[in-house]
Design a protein around this ligand. Structure first.
Ligand code: SF4
Length: 180
């Protein structure tokens, strides 16, 4: 999961799939990633750019082995202490790997929720809002739904409000709603 998240940084899922499968096929464990020559990993993910990702993969894999016996920690602080892991990645791992009822807010989810609820993300903690919306189970499903919806309908530059199924409840000016 962490490998996928690192590869997805500033990269589309379609592009990542071409590198992810060869990488995890060749180096399927933390031990394999740590043991693999940097150049070998670099060559596999080179088409994605951002060469620093090789360092991320190697360092957090080593930390997982040293601190967590190669297992993915369930505690957010432990995840945040891994090299290159920030708030979004830690939360995404908790939802996807452990089914924890948390959300992970990136720019797309922030845009969708701030528009729908008519909230200014500079004044309201959208992460809290997203967590409140997350059900106790299948937290990753609603996260995927929000990500896909934001990418397909509630886009950054031209939200398709006229065909949006949730427009009746939307407080965004784009949808004809009002904000404070
Ligand atoms: S109505 Fe428009 S702004 Fe509101 S959620 Fe739908 S696409 Fe986004």
């Amino acid at each position: 999961m962490l490998i996928a998240e690192v590869l997805l940084q500033r990269t589309t899922a379609a592009a990542v799939s071409s590198a992810y499968v060869p990488l995890v096929s060749r180096d399927p464990t933390q031990e394999a990633v740590v043991a693999a020559p940097s150049k070998e990993i670099g060559d596999l993910i080179a088409p994605l750019g951002l060469a620093k990702r090789v360092t991320y993969l190697e360092r957090f894999s080593g930390q997982l082995l040293d601190r967590h016996s190669g297992q993915m920690p369930r505690d957010r602080p432990d995840l945040l202490n891994l090299y290159g892991v920030g708030e979004y990645t830690a939360r995404s791992v908790l939802a996807h790997s452990h089914g924890e009822p948390v959300s992970a807010v990136d720019t797309n989810v922030e845009r969708l929720l701030s528009r729908f609820f008519g909230e200014d993300p500079d004044k309201v903690d959208i992460q809290d809002l997203a967590d409140d919306l997350t059900p106790p189970e299948r937290s990753s499903d609603i996260l995927h739904a929000m990500l896909d919806f934001a990418a397909a309908v509630c886009t950054a530059r031209s939200p398709n409000c006229s065909d949006c199924l949730i427009r009746p409840g939307c407080d965004s000016p784009e949808a004809g709603g009002e904000t404070d």
